[in-house]
Design a protein around this ligand. Sequence first.
Ligand code: PAP
Length: 331
Amino acid sequence: MQASQPPPSFCDRDEETSQACKDLLISLPLEEDWLVPTLCLYQGFWFPSHLLKGVLAFQNHFQAQPSDILLVTSPKSGTTWLKAVLFSLLNRAKYSDLDSQQPHPLLTQNPHDLVPFLDVKLYLEQENPDLAAFASPRLFATHLPFSSLPRSVRDSTCKLVYLCRNPKDVLVSLWHFTNKVKAKEKGQIPLPECLDKFSRGLSLYGPYWEHVLDYHKASSEMPGKVLFLMYEEMTEDPHVQLRRLADFLGCPFSEEELKDGTVEGILRMCSFDNLSALEVNKSEKGSLGVENKWFFRRGEVGDWGNYMSADMGKRIDSVMEEKFHGSGLKF
Ligand code: PAP
């Protein structure tokens, strides 16, 4: 994509929609959202209406290969970070952060441009994109809930890596992101309004709780297919989580790699400080049509405490207690 012709922002790009998609949209409940124009209730979850076209095409046409790897997240759970980590992990034989002969692609490209979204990018832009150029194992991302994944994903032996994050930090991150994207149009959006909707399940690909719970359940029922990771655990012990990820994907670190600093190199390359300081992530727009820097804010656990009152925090806690009761899930 030419720098002089930035793609439209994925938040409100105006898609040409097929008649079938239009007919479906008319039949679905709609709600106003704070980031995207409207959300539609499809298969029990709130999807951005203008992105439904990509969801349908993904569901209808994607043929999973047994070696595929899909990163799944609810937005603002650490997608950008895990895209970088997965890319570096799978390509570690080719690129290391210290190799000046073969510069690491993350030095010049945003993680979203190296690991594309299937629903929000590839199948949104083309009804049935040709994915032949992606080498095996193909690495993609999606925000789709488990129950809405294409049949071939659920039926094949491809692997799903699910990353979740404390909903209070997710909400604050989403609120900040919205304020940046919508600054000119809406100014600062009141956080309590967002919290109210989020708590009632009205958020991108929400209800957040069901999104997380469904993948949590799938990971305990199919541990070889779905790996459930938490942003907080990644932050606390990235070394252990990266090894877990490598084992799950069938590419464990060798004894030599464990000794020669390969693990540390990947974590260093993908760290918030490193990625956010790169020119590409400071001053360029990526293929999603928004400033790359908006995907890097603070990257901290518990930042919600700087923006939410104790009462606001308690409201989310009480929904969490109710929804996650008996699941073993805790943030
Ligand atoms: P997306 O789902 O729209 O792609 P996503 O990457 O999930 O967004 O969320 C961005 C959050 O991840 C930001 O959190 P914050 O607003 O609380 O700061 C961003 O700072 C954080 N983030 C991005 N890169 C990293 C990283 N390398 N390490 C840790 N956190 C990161």
